[in-house]
Design a protein around this ligand. Structure first.
Ligand SMILES: [Fe+2]
Length: 530
């Protein structure tokens, strides 16, 4: 990856020092490979009959990665969520139970697992051998303590076409910026699945908010990241949403550091070696705090998060990582003209491996609907007009060649049934996606639903002052709104429905839910209809 330094002699001297640091870092490659995660075998006596001084299940329960025969069940012991868990030292036994009824009278499956300090006393239980397409309930015990009961489900079998899938997707839940009221409403809908598209935590220090406060200065160490997850996951509405249905999660930038691009920091003075160590901490804490399978376990500063999850023959979810493998934001990031680095043919958003995997996945997919769960907006939205039009260098608009390759791939597909789901920008958008945004007469090749934030940005607003100009200059945008909330989708063989659910405020509890817009997409017709 090229260093991000240009211009003055001092900059180049800095660059040389950083490149040298990076070389040392690479030469010492083994040192990252033996970061704490490798140490999974817990030394010392196992605590199985522990008497807890207070509830160790303060972070709730979760499930994720559903398949037709199982899923991952998650919890993390923490009597003090913002003080590295505050648990007794050494490995602690955790018992898990799974039932087919909500009161858990009949236990279908159970087992014992060790929670260790090496993994922040988290547990990730991979359950196998269940019936497809049905609901299950689960809970954990440790010593004399029991967790709340969570609800989860398996997906339909690979050859099964089901009548419908209902799911919601969310992103961007800045703890200080607002309450997570949207989740309170989300769990009143009938949902089979919940997607989180990133910015699950924010890494910054406490701000000026008087509503809620971050627990520490900017997070860097593994314990910093663990404690930040402890703070966020203490939120009761977030916990209720996790206990309500299985989740599919992917990160954006704030799970590590704002606007990161691979191992390049947005801050020019950051040593890539330190940045890699920090990323190892961030990724480990992410794994520890999410219901992810062992295939996602990080190795040092790397963690493979992209994957696909099938929902029978009805839908296939490709969950993408647009942060870890991308080339640096071109033209110094921010909003810029579409020239220079933005048009560089070798720029990449997904990295070559992930991109090849995605294209192969799409070519082979026989799913009725192909869903891409990812972070940054694909729609090439231009701000202002004419010659002075500016585009985000952090979104796909700043990565012209990879965006054209992706949309060209979608155009070639036998069925025009791709739906892109996006987070990141704390606002709702519904976009039709074109292979070439300068040739709208050619017709759209896919649709994109960008979901607003749960809380980031504070109360927000329904209509912006520049909205009319925005629509005029970008006719492929069919809806825009910047309130808080989430997006709900109902998918059948024949059509896809999307509902933009919003709340009017997040600075106090009790906001009602409203549906600001609804769209229908018919199978094999990538157009947004009201
Ligand atoms: Fe965000």
């Amino acid at each position: 990856m090229r260093p991000r330094f240009f211009g003055t002699r001092k900059d180049w001297q800095l660059a040389e020092r950083f490149v040298a640091s990076r070389r040392e870092f690479l030469m010492a490659g083994g040192s990252l490979a033996i970061l704490p995660l490798a140490s999974q075998i817990a030394p010392g006596a196992v605590r199985s009959r522990i008497t807890w001084a207070s509830d160790p299940f303060t972070l709730g329960v979760a499930s994720g990665e559903p398949s037709s025969s199982g899923m991952v069940l998650w919890t993390r012991l923490a009597i003090d969520p913002v003080d590295i868990g505050g648990n007794p030292k050494g490995p602690i036994e955790v018992v898990w139970e799974l039932s087919d009824d909500p009161s858990m009278k009949t236990i279908l499956k159970s087992g014992k697992v060790l929670s260790t300090e090496a993994l922040g006393h988290s547990v990730h239980v991979q359950v196998h051998g269940l019936e497809s397409n049905r609901w299950y309930w689960y809970r954990f015990h440790s010593g004399d303590a029991s967790s709340p009961i969570g609800r989860t489900r398996t997906t339909p079998g690979s050859e099964q076409m089901v009548d419908e899938l209902r799911f919601a997707f969310a992103s961007c839940q800045h703890y200080e910026s607002g309450l997570f009221t949207a989740y309170e409403h989300m769990v009143t809908e009938e949902l089979d699945l919940i997607l989180h598209l990133g910015d699950y935590i924010y890494e910054g220090p406490p701000g000026r908010s008087s509503l809620r406060k971050h627990n520490s200065p900017e997070i860097v160490s593994l314990d910093d990241y663990r404690n930040r997850y402890g703070l966020y996951k203490s939120d009761e509405q977030l916990q209720a949403a996790h206990a309500y249905a299985p989740w599919l999660v992917v990160w954006d930038d704030h799970e590590f550091d704002n606007n990161c691009a691979g191992l390049i920091s947005e801050e020019l003075w950051v040593d890539p070696r330190e940045f890699a160590l920090r990323r190892a901490n961030a990724y480990q804490a992410y794994y520890e705090n999410q219901p992810l399978g062992v295939g996602s376990m990080p190795i040092g500063a790397d963690m493979k998060l992209y994957r696909d999850i099938a929902y029978g023959k009805l839908a296939s979810f490709a969950m993408l990582d647009t942060r870890q493998y991308r080339s640096d934001q071109p033209n110094g990031d921010g909003a810029k003209k579409l020239d220079g680095g933005a048009m560089h043919p070798k720029s990449t958003m997904l990295g070559s491996q992930q991109e090849a995997w995605l294209f192969a996945h799409l070519q082979e997919s026989e799913a009725r609907w192909n869903v891409l769960g990812q972070q940054v907006m694909v729609g090439r939205v231009g701000r202002s007009s004419g010659e002075s039009k500016l585009y985000s260098m952090d979104q796909w608009s700043g990565y012209d060649a990879p965006r054209k390759r992706l949309l060209g791939q979608l155009k070639q597909m036998e069925q025009a049934n791709t739906v892109v789901l996006t987070g990141d920008i704390h606002s709702n958008w519904a976009n039709e996606l074109y292979e070439d945004f300068d040739k709208l007469d050619d017709g759209p090749v896919a649709v994109e639903f960008v979901g607003t934030s749960i809380s980031s940005g504070g109360n927000g607003y329904a209509k912006s002052k520049q909205e009319d100009e925005l629509f005029e200059e970008n006719p492929f945008i069919k809806f825009h709104n910047a309130e808080r909330g989430y997006v709900s989708c109902r998918v059948t063989e024949g059509q896809w429905q999307t509902f933009y659910r919003t709340v009017e405020y997040v600075d106090r509890p009790g906001a009602e839910l409203q549906t600001r817009a609804e769209f229908v997409v018919e199978h094999n017709r990538p157009q947004l209809m009201r």
